[in-house]
Design a protein around this ligand. Structure first.
Ligand code: AMP
Length: 144
């Protein structure tokens, strides 16, 4: 079964981060330029939140264009669910499904060591299922 470390091996450890005092306009620039859906909020290298495009949608609904000048801290989620490289992909996928979020930062001894998205997980799962299918095919072919 795949582990989070396998996912990171494929995509690397880079994580886009932003400070809680940065304006939402800076967050939008980051989401757009990096073509991503969420950014981890940090203060002195510590994870203090996570903010995704869904928070921006809610913020625009509540504050309309005034949102652009407000701080990321106002819309971010403070309680961040994280994982470790040793966690298995299935359990983190389950956590995402139950918690209804699509991004999970990876921490090693409390330090950011990557981020996984539901898209990364689905990619790994499809790869595993394809390998399994090929294996079964060759097994059946060998028996016929
Ligand atoms: P997402 O599906 O990742 O766009 O996020 C949906 C909502 O869950 C947003 O309010 C995010 O701030 C929040 N969120 C995303 N990832 C996490 C996480 N790992 N831990 C806690 N909240 C999260």
């Amino acid at each position: 079964m795949g582990r989070i470390s396998d996912v990171l091996r494929g995509k690397g450890a880079a994580v886009c981060t932003i400070g809680a005092d940065e304006p939402v306009s800076a967050l939008l620039a980051m989401l757009t330029e990096h073509n991503i859906g969420a950014v981890v909020v940090v203060a002195d290298d510590e994870v203090v939140g996570i903010v995704s495009e869904r928070d921006v949608v809610r913020g625009v609904h509540r504050r309309s264009s005034a949102l652009l000048g407000t701080a990321v801290a106002e819309i971010m989620s403070h309680e961040v669910v994280s994982c470790v490289p040793e966690d298995d992909v299935d359990s983190v996928m389950r956590t995402m499904t139950e918690g209804r979020f699509r991004h999970v930062p990876v921490l090693v001894e409390g330090r950011l060591a990557g981020i996984v998205s539901i898209g990364d997980m689905v990619k790994v799962r499809i790869g595993e299922l394809e390998d399994e299918r090929a294996h079964l095919h060759s097994y059946l072919a060998a028996g016929s």
